[in-house]
Design a protein around this ligand. Structure first.
Ligand code: 13P
Length: 345
């Protein structure tokens, strides 16, 4: 298969309507923090058992088209001795890999970051591909304050995201391009909109400069939303409207699919926002999810690291997956939160 055929095959799966992406690529320090918050010990084995539990949830492949893995998981085998990427393949689900190496201070800014990991990326991609990964993820973050995001941070992160995306496509790997305007802070939704617009604009400028084929990327943006500490909480309708407005102004129709991150929203909010966006007429892209916390929070709390809780945790996970799948078609209703929805096909 040519590189273009590989990219086309992968994107057609990832942009399936009503399906989304599970972000299970928390780095070891991040998953350890999440585990500790609910009293689970973080070891190589508990991390493996937890992620195996998620992908084995009955009905998983009806709602999930791809899973982003952390390198540790790509190198692990399930309890049955099957490598994770192969276990996913058996379910008809694609394996992806987080390839960035995290954030470092961007010199000559006040507390802003750039994402590192470009050095040696082609070699790493070849290795990940040989292990079964067909798509990748790279996350850039932006903070909102009176002076940020600065133009320097906007331009630098856009450039790096575009270089990453171009390198991935050359290797036959579909890049998830993830610019995350962080929810932390006291900003209003209007401030978030004003910050998000130049961020997304710069990302697409850079993708164009680097000749990235927009038909073969997944955009994973943050929603336009009021800050966690804001006194003026934006409504679901305001978030859906502002997010669609910013994306329409910045994201070309050639992009097949937009899969949001949840970014610290509650599970219910992330689902409600997604569904309302999908009720907007004439969206030029598939609009779906690539959530970590908003898919996993209840499942992780229910699991507690105990095998006796696996079934209940899988039910909790599938409920979120199914509700988000409905939201990706604009068919979610708040009343569904009270239903025992995981059991309905
Ligand atoms: P959240 O949905 O928890 O924001 O995570 C998505 C993700 O992949 C962050 O990079």
């Amino acid at each position: 298969m040519s590189v273009m055929q590989e990219l086309a095959a992968t994107i057609s799966v990832l942009s399936s309507r009503g399906k989304g992406i599970l972000a299970a690529d928390e780095s070891t320090p991040t998953i350890t923090k999440r585990f500790q918050a609910v009293g689970i010990e973080s070891t190589e084995d508990t991390r493996r058992a937890y992620r195996e539990m998620l992908i084995n949830a009955p009905g998983f492949n009806q709602y999930v088209a791809g899973v982003i893995l952390f390198e540790e998981t790509l190198n692990q085998t399930t309890s049955k001795g099957v490598p994770f990427a192969q276990a996913l393949k058996g379910l008809g689900v694609l394996a992806g890999i987080k390839v960035d190496k995290g954030l470092v201070h961007l010199a000559n800014t006040v507390d802003e970051n750039v994402t590192q990991g470009l050095d040696g990326l082609p070699e790493r991609l070849a290795e990940y591909k040989a292990k079964g990964a067909s798509f990748a993820k790279w996350r850039a973050t932006y903070t909102i304050s009176a002076t940020t995001p600065s133009q320097l941070a906007i331009d630098t992160n856009a450039e790096v995201l575009a270089r990453y995306a171009a390198i991935c496509q050359e290797a036959g790997i579909v890049p998830i391009v993830e610019p995350e305007v962080l929810i932390d802070g006291e900003h209003t939704i209007e401030q978030c909109e004003a910050a998000s617009l130049p961020v997304f604009q710069a990302v697409f400028d850079a993708l164009y400069r680097h000749k990235v084929k927009l038909e073969y990327i997944v955009l994973k943006p943050s929603m336009v939303i009021s800050g966690k500490g804001s006194a003026q909480k934006a409504t679901v309708a305001q978030v859906a409207e502002a997010t669609v407005r910013v994306l329409r102004r910045t994201v070309p129709a050639a992009v097949p699919t937009i899969n949001f991150l949840s970014g610290g929203q509650s599970s219910e909010q992330a689902t409600a926002h997604l569904s309302l966006m999908n009720q907007t007429s004439n969206l030029p892209w598939n609009v779906s999810f690539s959530y970590a916390r908003a898919l996993q929070d209840y499942a992780m709390k229910t699991w507690q690291g105990q095998s006796a809780n696996v079934e209940a945790a899988q039910k909790a996970f599938i409920k979120r997956a199914r509700l988000n799948s409905l939201a990706a078609k604009g068919e979610y209703k708040e009343s569904m939160e009270k239903e025992d929805i995981s059991l309905v096909a």
